[in-house]
Design a protein around this ligand. Structure first.
Ligand SMILES: *[C@@H]1O[C@H](CO)[C@@H](O)[C@H](O)[C@H]1NC(C)=O
Ligand SMILES: *[C@@H]1O[C@H](CO)[C@@H](O)[C@H](O)[C@H]1NC(C)=O
Ligand SMILES: *[C@@H]1O[C@H](CO)[C@@H](O)[C@H](O)[C@H]1NC(C)=O
Length: 554
């Protein structure tokens, strides 16, 4: 087991001290209010009560910090003003805020726990007041943000962060600051945290600014993630991002698996996950872990190795809906033979080349004609004709092996459904070696991470692979060409993805089909047409269409 676990056990001190080598963190995967509760006010009250119940629960006792997910708390009708950390406000007794903010402030104080929630914030912007945002002040004189709020142990608001990278239709109804918030807060246990929200994880500002420029080692991450195969399912991205940056990450996701959203965890950078779960059914669950402080613990003890047994049938996650990454259609790919046992291949996309060596062995057991088995493709790509989750333009460099349902490229990026036949691991993987030289990033904007996934929608444990960077660490040398190798060092029964995935954080603008709200490269909003009344009507109907299609999707 890991050595840092032993330090605080059997002590009666409830709170971690700056001198401790760990702190005690919780993340909550949380369902939305039940559909039977219909009014925005009743739904917000329901969630507030649930959060208070969790904060006061026996399982949360002794936590130093607890994190709740994005987008499940409130509505425009119940939006709250949110004080800035510098205003020194404790909503529990300075009550000019929505009930949600007041009650969570009181709950944080009652239990003496740092609490992070996400909500819809409102701000008065009439007559030129309020923040500097890309979009103009709406006629009602109030604008809305997607905001994280951090309460300290006394219920005081000590940090606020307004989401920078909205997800598609959010632009319809939420504002974005012209200068992104870079939000950090110090704690009484000696750790300084940074925080951001959901889609922000795929962009440089402010996520990478926190890590690279401010040396923040602990990140808080409320999210409402839409999983995408083969590279961007929830735990896969969370663990990969934490690993790539070697920072601690506390990720709390909402829970709506049929709507693609689930997957929360606590990650310790190169030491991998301390806790992580993804759920087939809507679930509310507190997950906790003692998190090793990055500036204290230099290495972990031996990890417990599970003995490997080749297994024809292994548990599969089939309850999470996923997007398919259409980027793979323009990747350079090679379909591997159905029965291959050994393959070596150098595969290039333009000047970017990935070197692969993959070995498999037959899994003992009776395979029948009714069993389904995945086919695999090798893939290489470096370019900027890609998007992330089909919303923003991206530049990626990728070396991957991923699962496909048949010979067609279109069948890569989705899994066999729960019904229609049992999936068998006719072969198990005994070796996978991938390496490539990742080009220098002109402005130092690059993050190279492992992107791995098994049939249970969990990443391959860090003890099962070697990751090498030359020169190391890659994260500190983004302006240098970097050779990265990823080697599977333990056999693996099932596999959906095994890849090196690099984000080059393109500056190319995305239009989101809501062009007038978009920042241009000069940092000013694109002017609307002279008849602004008419254009805002067009926007409203487009927004309604998006809403209607979302409703029908769920
Ligand atoms: C904005 O200015 C108008 C005209 O001076 C005034 O009537 C209105 O109350 C102001 N609104 C706010 C929110 O200050
Ligand atoms: C971050 O760390 C680097 C290297 O140790 C140091 O030079 C820099 O001053 C630090 N920056 C901040 C904001 O602490
Ligand atoms: C990776 O790189 C090393 C050293 O450059 C090389 O010897 C090896 O064959 C490469 N390929 C694989 C699949 O490991």
């Amino acid at each position: 087991s890991m050595i840092f676990l032993t330090t605080r056990v059997a002590l009666f001190i409830q709170r971690s001290q700056p001198s401790d080598s760990t702190y005690y963190a919780g993340v909550v995967e949380h369902m939305e209010a039940p559909a039977s509760i219909t009014s925005p006010r009743s739904r917000t009250i329901y969630i507030s009560n649930e959060f208070q119940r969790i904060i006061a629960s026996e399982e949360a006792k002794d936590l130093d910090i607890i994190v709740f997910p994005e987008h499940v708390t409130n509505y425009k009708e119940t939006a709250s003003f949110v004080p800035h950390g510098s205003q020194n406000v404790t909503p529990c007794y300075q009550t000019d805020y929505d009930l949600l903010l007041i009650e969570i402030s009181c709950a944080a104080r009652a239990q003496g726990i740092y609490v992070v929630i996400n909500l819809i914030e409102k701000e008065i912007c009439a007559n030129g007041s309020g923040s500097d945002t890309f979009d103009p002040c709406p006629a009602q004189g109030i604008r809305y943000f997607n905001t994280n709020v951090v309460f300290d142990r006394s219920g005081r608001v000590i940090s606020r962060y307004r989401k920078t990278h909205l997800w598609r239709h959010e632009y319809d109804s939420r504002s974005v600051l012209r200068q992104p918030d870079v939000a950090t807060f110090a704690t009484d246990f000696g750790v300084t945290f940074g925080h951001f929200i959901c889609f922000d994880m795929l962009f440089y500002e402010p996520a990478m600014v926190l890590v690279r420029d401010l040396n923040i080692t602990d990140i808080i991450y409320p999210t409402f993630w839409f999983s995408e195969l083969p590279f961007l399912t929830a735990l896969q991205l969370q663990e990969g991002w934490s690993f790539g940056n070697n920072v601690n990450l506390l990720a709390a996701d909402a829970s709506d698996p049929a709507g693609k959203t689930t997957g929360s965890g606590i990650y310790a950078g190169r030491w991998g996950r301390l806790q992580a779960e993804i759920f087939a059914q809507p679930t509310t669950r507190l997950m906790t872990a003692r998190v090793p402080k990055k500036d204290r613990v230099q290495q972990l003890g031996d990890q417990v190795e599970e003995l490997f047994t080749p297994q024809l049938i292994t548990p599969r996650m089939t309850g999470v809906d996923t997007y398919r990454d259409y980027n793979v259609d323009i990747f350079e790919t090679v379909l591997l033979e159905a029965d291959f046992l050994e393959v070596t291949q150098n595969l290039c996309h333009g000047t970017f080349c990935c070197d692969f060596s993959v070995k498999r062995a037959l899994t003992p057991g009776d395979i029948t004609a009714d069993h389904l088995t995945y086919r695999y493709r090798l893939a290489a790509y470096w370019g900027d004709e890609t998007t992330v989750i089909r919303v923003d333009r991206s530049e990626q460099a990728v070396c991957a092996i991923f699962a496909c349902k048949d010979e067609s490229l279109l069948s890569c990026g989705s899994i066999f459904p729960a019904s229609g036949g049992q999936v068998a691991n006719k072969h198990h993987f005994t070796e996978i070696k991938i390496n490539a030289t990742f080009p220098a990033a002109p402005r130092g904007r690059r993050l190279i991470m492992p992107s791995t996934l098994d049939g249970g929608f969990k990443p391959i444990a860090v003890s099962k692979f070697n990751w090498e960077e030359t020169p190391a660490p890659a994260a500190k040398n983004p302006d240098k060409e970097t050779r990265v190798s990823l080697n599977l060092i333990r056999p693996q029964n099932d596999l959906l993805t095994f890849a090196i995935w690099a984000n080059y954080y393109t500056d190319l603008a995305s239009s989101h089909n809501l062009d007038h709200m978009q920042p241009t490269t000069e940092g000013v909003a694109v002017p609307t047409t002279p008849t602004s009344g008419a254009s805002s009507m067009v926007l409203t109907s487009a927004g309604l269409l998006v809403l209607i299609s979302l409703v029908s999707q769920f």
